[in-house]
Design a protein around this ligand. Structure first.
Ligand SMILES: NC(=O)c1ccc[n+]([C@@H]2O[C@H](COP(=O)([O-])OP(=O)(O)OC[C@H]3O[C@@H](n4cnc5c(N)ncnc54)[C@H](OP(=O)(O)O)[C@@H]3O)[C@@H](O)[C@H]2O)c1
Length: 215
């Protein structure tokens, strides 16, 4: 699969490192310093390009930008001839990480969908980049769960498969609107990791009794 990544930082390169060995073609884009982008891409064996190139020639686009730079990044996409799947990894973090800048009456995923009418948006916040850049994605022997939300079932399945390929445990939660609740769960992890001192080798797991019907 051809995958374009907007944001060549911790998450963008972490996903690149994990997806390249699975046979995908990766292009990284969006950096303040073009040379830094080229060397980041070269270090992980990916291509470097503009945001427009990372979107237009790809099947799936990953959005891995700081929330404050997201509108600027999506503003560089230009004309997109056909609908793309957009895997939104962003947290709507305030720059000082003290909280979320939006939430519960809307979500980052829904706001991204407004900024990217060319996309079938899938919200799926990956595990901490520290985990993705470490030797194993397992945390205490378990795969961290990644909630996958989108209004498009096919796009949800595609991103769910990519989550599985990187070593996460995808859980198809439902429509994009549920990102209103999965995003605060990711913020809880940020608080636990950094404000409460648990460190970034933490994640979520999801348990349910499969034999019982919902009632
Ligand atoms: N880090 C994690 O563990 C983690 C886990 C899950 C989700 N997330 C979310 O994923 C997103 C990315 O996080 P990250 O940790 O990968 O961020 P990051 O390391 O800061 O990387 C952000 C990328 O965007 C680029 N960028 C930022 N502002 C820009 C601008 N104005 N113009 C051009 N390029 C710009 C950065 O380039 P420069 O290096 O030149 O600034 C860098 O390539 C965030 O929304 C975050 O909340 C993070």
């Amino acid at each position: 699969m051809k995958i374009g990544i907007i944001g060549a930082g911790n998450v963008g390169t972490g996903l690149t490192k994990l997806l390249l060995p699975r046979g995908h073609g990766l292009m990284l884009s969006f950096h303040k310093d073009a040379e830094k982008l080229k060397s980041a891409a070269a270090a992980f064996g990916a291509h470097a390009g503009t945001v427009a190139e990372a979107v237009q020639f790809r099947d799936v686009v990953v959005l891995a930008t700081p929330w404050v730079a997201t509108a600027e990044a999506l503003g560089q996409v230009g004309q997109v001839p056909k609908q793309k799947i957009l895997w939104d990894c962003t947290n709507t973090l305030k720059p000082d990480m003290s909280g979320l800048s939006i939430g519960t009456t809307t979500s980052g995923g829904e706001e991204v969908a407004k900024l990217a009418p060319w996309a079938r948006v899938v919200k799926a916040i990956p595990p901490f980049a520290k985990v993705m850049h470490s030797a194993s994605m397992l945390i205490d022997g378990q795969r961290p769960v990644v909630f996958v939300c989108s209004d498009d079932a096919q796009a949800r399945a595609v991103v769910g498969k990519l989550v599985d390929e990187i070593g996460g445990e995808p859980f198809e939660a439902g429509p994009l609107g549920l990102a209103r609740y999965t995003e605060p769960a990711a913020m809880l992890l940020v608080q636990l990791a950094y404000a409460q001192g648990l460190g970034a080798r933490i994640g979520l797991s999801f348990i349910r009794e499969k034999t019982r019907s919902a009632a």
